[in-house]
Structures are given as C-alpha cells and as structure tokens.
Design a protein around this ligand. Structure first.
Ligand code: FPP
Length: 255
C-alpha cells in the first residue's frame, strides 16, 4: 500500500512532463548509441569506461521512455561490424549484458517491460547467450513497453536471412513467389510484427545509419545530435521528441 503511494509520488514530476509531450510520440523509437569511446577519451579514461557509462545511460533512457509512454524502443548495442574491434573491447562488450541484466532485470519485470533481441544471437559467446535466454524467459509474460536490444545485428544480414526464410516456405510448398509482398516479407524480418521506427536518433555527431534497421527505417524521421551517448539526458531525449512532433510526415503523399 505504502509502496504504491510512494511510487505514485515519485512518478508525479514525470507525469507532468508526459502531459507536455502527449499527443504524437513515436510508437517505435530506435537509437544508435554512439560516442562512448570519445566520451572516455575526453576524460582520459579507457574506452571500456565509456561503454560502462553508456550502459548506465541506457538504463536511464529505458526508464525515461517507459515514463513518457513510448511503446517500443530499439537500442543498437552491437553491430555485425563491431567484431572488428580489438578483442578485449569485444569481450568487454559481451560481458556488459550480464552486468546490465543482473542489476536491471527486477526493475524491468516490475515495469512490465518485454525484452526482445534482434540480430544473430547464436553467434554470441555462450555466457552472453545464456543471459539473453534468461532475460527472455523472465520477461516473456510482461505486457508493457517493448525494449529490443540489437545484438550482433546488421540490417543487410537480416534482409538476407528474411529472403532465405521466405525461400524455404516456397521450397516447402507453403508459399509461391507470387505471395511475396512487402507485408509478407516484413514478417520474416527479426522485428516481425513490430511497427516500423517512427524516429531514429543517433548521438555523437555521426550522420549515418550504419546498417541499422535499413528496411524498417524507410520512412523514419532522423534526429542527430553532437551529444555523446553517455551524456544523453532526459532533456536531450525530450528535445528530440519535440522536434519529431513538429515534423510533417507525408509518407510520399501530399498530407
Ligand atoms: C558506440 O560507441 C557504442 C557501442 C559500439 C556499444 C554500445 C553499447 C552500450 C551503450 C551498452 C550495451 C549494453 C548492453 C547491456 C546491451 P563507440 O565505441 O563507437 O564510440 P566512439 O565512436 O566515440 O569510439
């Protein structure tokens, strides 16, 4: 009883902010979390310290999005190209999900967050795969916000995999080539029935998509900031959302 009361009191300031942003929030927000290394360099710290700070920022952004009422958030945590980084950095990044979910899983479950992963998780080290499976299991009955972690994710690889998946249906005789539509193809992507991202944010001043949701972001709005990911505060998030709300989206039409 008291706990519930405290939770309501704690929520109040955010509820006020939620009201001011209400109306046209992205149904799906996708973020390229960039700039961890530079954040660390500027402080004379090793790169992994930047990734650790980035992980802490990620935790806060999930809370912020949940409080703002964003139904789906996808976070680009590790790309298929990130394997090219030095081995010790890759190993560190592969350990972060264990640390993150060990400390966060209870809160995520309490918030009703449904955790999902996109990308080829079968190629991750066994210890990372274990935490992926445990997290999926713990949050499988949640019915709140969806948080999608892109881990060993690459948009081109995803499209190739979707093409193979549809080809297998044809080979098995459960579909013919003529059945292939954009909608049907989309079902074979790892995002499945999730809505396409309405807004893609990239931090750290880089202005490219880097193989992230390249099919799904066909009509997304893009928002770039020089802010480095570990410094991406709630204020910066709200600035992005306000600008998104001011955009005119015509999807190729006139209105
Ligand atoms: C890009 O910054 C960031 C990454 C490749 C890793 C992002 C990962 C996290 C924020 C934490 C993930 C945690 C979990 C639990 C999934 P960069 O290193 O390329 O920065 P730089 O361009 O400044 O060098």
């Amino acid at each position: 009883m008291l706990n519930r009361l405290f939770a309501r009191i704690r929520k109040r300031p955010h509820e006020k902010e939620r009201f001011s942003l209400e109306g046209n929030l992205p149904a799906h927000l996708a973020i390229i979390m960039d700039g961890n290394g530079r954040w660390a360099n500027r402080r004379g710290l090793p790169r992994f310290a930047g990734h650790h700070a980035g992980m802490k920022r990620m935790r806060q952004v999930i809370r912020d999005c949940d409080e703002l009422g964003i139904p789906c958030l996808t976070l680009y945590a590790f790309s298929t190209e990130n394997w090219k980084r030095p081995q010790d950095e890759v190993e560190y990044l592969m350990r972060l999900p264990e640390e993150f979910f060990a400390s966060e899983i209870d809160e995520l479950v309490e918030r009703g967050v449904r955790v999902r992963f996109i990308g080829d998780t079968s190629k991750l080290p066994q210890h990372t795969q274990d935490i992926v499976h445990r997290t999926l299991e713990r949050t499988k009955d949640s019915n709140g916000m969806i948080v999608n972690f892109a881990l060993n994710y690459g948009g081109r690889a995803e499209i190739v995999s979707a093409a193979k998946s549809f080809a297998r249906e044809v080979a098995a005789g459960t579909a013919t080539w003529d059945d292939l539509t954009e909608e049907r193809f989309q079902q074979h992507l790892s995002t499945g029935s999730l809505p396409d991202p309405d807004l893609v944010i990239r931090t750290s001043g880089e202005m490219r998509l880097s193989n992230f949701l390249i099919w799904q972001a066909a009509y997304a709005e893009f928002w770039f900031t020089d802010v480095l990911w570990p410094d991406f505060t709630r204020d910066v998030l709200e600035q992005a959302l306000r600008e998104f709300q001011g955009r005119k989206r015509r999807f190729g039409g006139l209105k």
